[in-house]
Design a protein. Sequence first.
Length: 285
Amino acid sequence: MRDERLTLKDGRTLAWREYGPPDGRPVLRFQGTPGSRMAHHPHEDSYDKLNARIISFDRPGYGASTRLPGRGIAQIADDGAELLDHLGLDVVHSSGQSGGGPHVLAFAARHPHRARAITVVVGAAPLEQADIDALIGLNRDAYYAARESWEAEHRLLVPVREQLLADPLGGFKAIMDKAPPADVDVMNDPDWQRVFVDDIREALRPNAEGWADEGVALTNDWDFDVADVKTSTVWWHGEHDANAPLSAVRRLLEKMEGVELRTWNAGHLESYRRHDEILSELLSR
């Protein structure tokens, strides 16, 4: 494992980390929201088994990466490309989970010759009223706050951040108020809990500003066109996902060509159980 810092061309610091064999097949991973470079599968031997070199980085304002006020989604895709330049990697597989989903789509749209194939796992998509009504409480409230203003989003997230830092597991379970039983089972897994606690504490360690920046960027009009994604794309999603409704995903995919949608009869956290299957499928393309 490597944990390092890169000074970007605009002077910002990008904190990044690698998991798996250094000579493995590189995978640029965009973690969920909120999240940090600490996010990874707790059974790291799977990376050795699949010969996968997982590369992840803190998006602006999370962990040890410099905040970028007013940022969108496309800039983060460019940050990922600059990190690949630093690592001497021309073409990689890439994945994005939950709030990282739009970011991997932006990476494929803006840097099509660098994305060999991409996977979206329970990715966020633009919402309509019926979708919003089905969300967990925090995501619903955050949607309305982000549509109002950055200040409203930040005001909402500050006490949530404090709660998560004080009691990561208890705070997250309270947030997941509409989670299906399958998600509850994942949240009770000790290995999942160990990684989640480290990840969330690092992500939110600086403040809630990066989280608010990302919430506004994901909620309002995206600054790239998903129709520009021509890379081989598989999208995995739960039929009972209360964090990112499947109905919104289906509408988004109508604007894209050739995306394969694979669903499971579970919720937002099911990918934890299917980690090897998802990563192996990505690397096969």
